[in-house]
Write a protein that binds this ligand. Structure first.
Ligand SMILES: C[S@@+](CC[C@H](N)C(=O)[O-])C[C@H]1O[C@@H](n2cnc3c(N)ncnc32)[C@H](O)[C@@H]1O
Length: 213
């Protein structure tokens, strides 16, 4: 579990106790805006740290061939139920994205073959800003393993320009540029607001669209 003090058990407990303000129950407005503005058309997609799956299901409903992973088994179980209820086909895996071999095993032989260097759209809402604190290099290795040569990656993460006691882990613009710069070319980086539970405006975030180098 990569020496992560905030491992699956921590996240399971947050989902079980409903101490999960990010889990808005709504599809990310920023994701939908970027798909529309950038004309990102259906392709093989992967969601990093998908939580209870609402955005993975939304992508599948828009014609994407979606795989998604999160290391909280509780979240993945809910995500699978959501997909079945919505009639959406999503390949969900309970796995630590800081351990690529864990992800490969959880995806199974066919799932791993479908994902390896085949994902042309990757989406991350709130996973990178956690995983970078644990093992950034290993997290990036997993992203590298997933990303097709033409891949685009949309990262939504906490924004260090906002000073607040609670809220998501925060990242500076420079950290994003430095940490992703070797693997991806940054197309743009802009501020946005997360939605919290019930769709209320949440913390300030970064929205960053990148293309595989
Ligand atoms: C802030 S939540 C966001 C969940 C979801 N993306 C959403 O928007 O509702 C962060 C998620 O990342 C997952 N996560 C954090 N570190 C992870 C890791 N190393 N591997 C897999 N999932 C991880 C957590 O379990 C949690 O569900």
């Amino acid at each position: 579990m990569s020496g992560n003090s905030k491992g699956p058990t921590h996240w399971d407990q947050r989902y079980l106790s409903r101490d999960a303000p990010w889990n808005s129950g709504l599809v990310s407005r920023e994701l939908i805006r970027v798909l529309r503005e950038e004309r990102i058309s259906p392709c093989r997609a992967f969601e990093l740290g998908c939580g209870t799956g609402i955005n993975a299901v939304a992508l599948a409903q828009r014609g994407f061939d979606v795989s998604a992973a999160d290391f909280s088994p509780v979240a993945i179980e809910r995500a699978r139920t959501l997909a079945v209820d919505a009639g959406a086909a999503v390949r969900f895996a309970a796995a630590d994205l800081c351990r690529c071999e864990d992800l490969r095993a959880a995806l199974g032989t066919d799932g791993a073959a479908a994902c390896e260097r085949h994902c042309s759209f990757l989406f991350d809402r709130g996973c990178y800003h956690c995983a970078r604190r644990v093992n950034l290099a290993s997290f990036l290795e997993t992203v590298d393993w997933l990303a097709a040569p033409d891949a685009r990656l949309l990262v939504l993460c906490g924004n260090a320009n906002e000073q607040m006691e609670h809220g998501p882990p925060r990242v500076t613009e420079m950290e994003i540029r430095e940490e992703w710069g070797q693997l991806f070319k940054i197309e743009w980086l802009r501020e946005f607001r997360f939605e919290d539970r019930g769709g209320v405006p949440g913390p300030r975030g970064w929205s960053c669209l990148m293309t595989r180098r």
